[in-house]
Design a protein around this ligand. Structure first.
Ligand SMILES: [Zn+2]
Length: 381
């Protein structure tokens, strides 16, 4: 009802805010779990170097230092995420560098993954119902379900996640949106898919609920190749799990693999006439990590616990609600690394994706209003 009213109002005013012509025909949303803004904008942190406790494979430490360490922060970050700094920073937009006054925040109060992903995908922080990482079907509709329900987009929406909770976050069955996550095989005809399915069974993952990201990316690529998609969500997970285990070198290497996977995907999209010049990438993370000590970096999240004296408390890791985001595509003006400006929030991602595709998502929920599209990312209105 509200949607109809707002369309009417916009027609009356003569400026439907979301109907301006966009070049974007496909949006690919990518998340890198628990990747901190500090590393995105400053590169590897000197405090972690030469501390054996944070290095998983000590005999490779010299290589690690050689690969990632530079005295200059600009060179360090480009070494860590070359696609971000050579392509996105030149042709797209990057938000969340607090050293330059650009602030990215989550809106949910929990600072861990399910509430973060739900906020990204539904545009709302439902703090009453989304309160854990448990496999509970999301009562809220995501942008995937919302898009897939439109006849023109039906069957052209899919999600690929390394973490096995995504079928619940997206509520796969109700949504009618295929979600390939955890250690699921992917149904596809291509040779590469059959190969990845076999390999996925043979390669041990370090974790029992999260697969290695190469499988997630490979299956997503197969879906994009099989037909022209409208919206694909790719959720990478290695960064967060290596960080929880305290292996800074592996967290960093996972971040660079993520950057490389995105770079290769972008190159591939630009070589395919179905996607070239008509596809926008949105990239972000579900939460930050602790920042006031080396130990705190391993953690994030607000969890209730009992103190030694028996009183109740809630865990707190300073900075774990701080996030970054990036956009690259034909409608996003090349503003590069943003300085200052309004705070951007995870709950704005869904509306931003929708606006790029020519829709308005803000009023898609009955009780809560989703975050607004980030105006500079979607270009001229
Ligand atoms: Zn985590």
């Amino acid at each position: 009802m509200r949607l109809i009213a707002s369309i009417f109002l916009s027609l009356l005013l003569g400026h439907p805010a979301w109907s301006a012509e966009k070049k974007t025909e496909t949006v690919i949303l990518i998340t890198i779990d628990g990747m901190r803004w500090q590393e995105v904008f400053r590169g590897v942190d000197n405090a972690f170097f030469d501390q054996e406790a944070f290095i998983a494979y000590k005999k490779h430490h010299a290589d690690f230092k050689q690969d990632f360490w530079h005295a200059d922060a600009m060179a360090r970050r480009a070494a860590l995420m070359p696609f971000f700094w050579n392509t996105v920073a030149r042709e797209g937009q990057l938000y969340g560098n607090r050293d330059k006054g650009s602030v990215g925040e989550i809106s949910n109060t929990f600072h861990f993954s399910y509430p973060g992903y739900s906020e990204i995908l539904t545009g709302i922080a439902d703090d009453k119902r989304i309160t854990s990482n448990d496999k509970i079907l999301n009562p809220n509709r995501t942008i995937l379900e919302w898009l897939n329900d439109m006849p023109e987009n039906n069957g052209k929406v899919a999600a690929f996640g390394s973490w096995d909770v995504f079928p619940y976050i997206i509520n796969e069955d109700r949504a009618g949106v295929p979600v390939n996550a955890g250690f699921e095989a992917y149904e596809g005809e291509e040779q590469e898919v059959a190969f990845l399915n076999r390999l996925q069974k043979q390669v041990p993952s370090p974790w029992d609920t999260v697969r290695l990201d190469a499988f997630t990316v490979g299956f997503a690529r197969a879906a994009l190749a099989s037909q022209k998609m409208k919206f694909v969500y790719i959720a990478l997970g290695e960064t967060d799990d290596f960080a929880h285990e305290g292996f800074y070198d592996q967290y960093i290497r996972a971040a660079r693999r993520s950057d490389k996977a995105i770079a290769e995907l972008w190159q591939w999209l630009q070589a395919d006439p179905r996607y070239a010049g008509k596809t926008t990438l949105l990239i972000t993370t579900d939460h930050g990590r602790g920042s006031d000590s080396l130990e705190a970096w391993k953690h994030h999240g607000r969890f209730p616990y009992t103190r030694e004296d028996g009183t109740l408390a809630v865990s707190e890791f300073k900075g774990d609600g701080q996030i970054w985001m990036a956009a690259l595509g034909p409608d996003t003006p090349a503003q590069g690394e943003v300085s200052g400006g309004p705070t951007v929030r995870l709950n704005q991602i869904a509306a931003t994706a929708a606006r790029l595709l020519g829709y308005r998502f803000e009023d898609s929920h009955e009780e809560l209003e989703a975050g607004e599209a980030i105006a500079p990312m979607v270009g001229k209105q």
